[in-house]
Write a protein that binds this ligand. Structure first.
Ligand code: BGC
Length: 353
């Protein structure tokens, strides 16, 4: 079967190649991959900046935002032939640490977790893969190809859970959220904010095009200037740019008792001047909490599946701005100005779209 693989930490090593059928040791459920979303992490892996191959192997099969159809599954299980499914990305570490032991692998403490398509475990960008039932999540068949948005939605479902848990340290009745960054993660974070009944503001540097349109179509407010111009001290900030200047600026604008959640991974190496004393004073005197959030466990995938099923499917379909056939995979990796989510179609998605 065909698979798109890379040699981690080697830029330009991506190749669409023939590989063995998935080993039965990966699990009894056989899935035909329909579509795989591309995100910033994939671009980093392709650029040679991130990623680990499986032990003893040179190449790693890419792809962690998947959608597939079950081709074979043990009789009597919850997963049936024909189901539309998404594979979970992370696997608990083998020790396991205290968090992985209770299936909170997104909080792995020793870094020995693996991630499909990212860290030491082949991803989903192959025509077929195998998996066990505990790492597969069903999506509403009505979503069709939009189910490929489940993995990024699980990441924001986790972020929102962190915000609520931390906010709940005192009376917590948030009214407003500012999302910085209108990429897929930012737009999905905004969607979940709207679903929670919050007043949602999204800030991005783009001044026109699909991003402002998508924000307005959600009933949220779009901003493209400095954060100070938003004119709001939001109860919640979900940071989705990873840009240091935006992060520090945002930290100074969280409302009293508010929570800011960082979801963007910065590249590092950027130094900016900041009045740490003033920032510290504001954060202490106003009980501001800033928390980082990565990955997602099964609970987050399940709540994301509910959120996607309840969302306006036309709006979700506008998030997928390009679908590229597997043979033309390299087109998917070239950024276009108006890209939001680009998806590689591994098998034709007609009939599921
Ligand atoms: C994925 C996460 C993963 C993280 C770090 C993100 O792109 O969505 O599942 O934990 O990268 O590897």
């Amino acid at each position: 079967m065909k698979a798109l693989s890379v040699i981690p930490l080697q830029a330009g090593s991506a190749t669409l190649m023939d590989v063995e059928e998935p080993p039965t040791s990966d699990g009894p459920i056989l899935v035909e991959t329909l579509a795989v979303g591309i995100c910033g992490t994939d671009i980093e892996i392709l650029s040679g900046d991130y990623g680990w191959s499986p032990p003893g192997r040179e190449r790693l099969v890419l792809g962690h935002e998947s959608l597939g159809r079950v081709l074979d599954a043990p009789a009597g299980g919850s997963i049936k032939v024909g189901d539309l499914v998404v594979g979970i990305v992370r696997r608990p570490d083998p020790v396991p640490c205290a968090n992985c032991a209770v299936l909170e692998w997104d909080f792995c403490r020793n870094g020995q977790y693996t991630e499909r398509g990212i860290k030491e475990h082949d991803g989903y960008l192959s025509e077929r893969y195998r998996i066990t039932a505990d790492f597969v999540v069903k999506v509403d068949p009505d979503l069709g190809v939009l189910g490929v948005l489940l993995e990024p939605t699980s990441v924001v479902a986790k972020a929102w859970e962190q915000v609520d848990r931390i906010g709940g340290r005192a009376h917590w009745a948030p009214r407003s959220v500012l999302v910085t960054g209108a990429g897929p993660i930012g737009l999905l974070a905004a969607l979940l904010g709207v679903q929670r009944g919050l007043e949602v503001h999204v800030l991005d540097r783009m001044t026109d095009g699909v991003k402002p349109d998508l924000v307005r179509a959600l009933g949220a407010t779009y901003h493209s200037g400095p954060i100070a111009d938003v004119g709001l001290s939001p109860d919640v900030i979900i940071e989705c740019t990873g840009v240091s200047s935006v992060i520090l600026d945002a930290m100074g604008h969280v409302g009293v008792g508010g929570v800011m959640c960082l979801t963007g991974v910065s590249s590092g190496g950027h130094t900016i001047n900041v009045d740490e004393g003033a920032l510290n004073r504001a954060m202490v005197l106003e009980n501001v909490a800033v928390v980082g959030s990565v990955n997602a466990n099964r609970r987050h995938y399940e709540s994301a599946a509910v959120a996607l099923a309840a969302a306006d499917h036309d709006w979700l379909s506008r998030l997928i701005t390009r679908r590229v056939p597997l043979e033309q995979w390299s087109d998917a990796l070239t950024r276009h100005d108006d890209d939001v989510k680009v998806v590689i179609e591994v098998a034709p998605t007609r009939g599921v779209a």
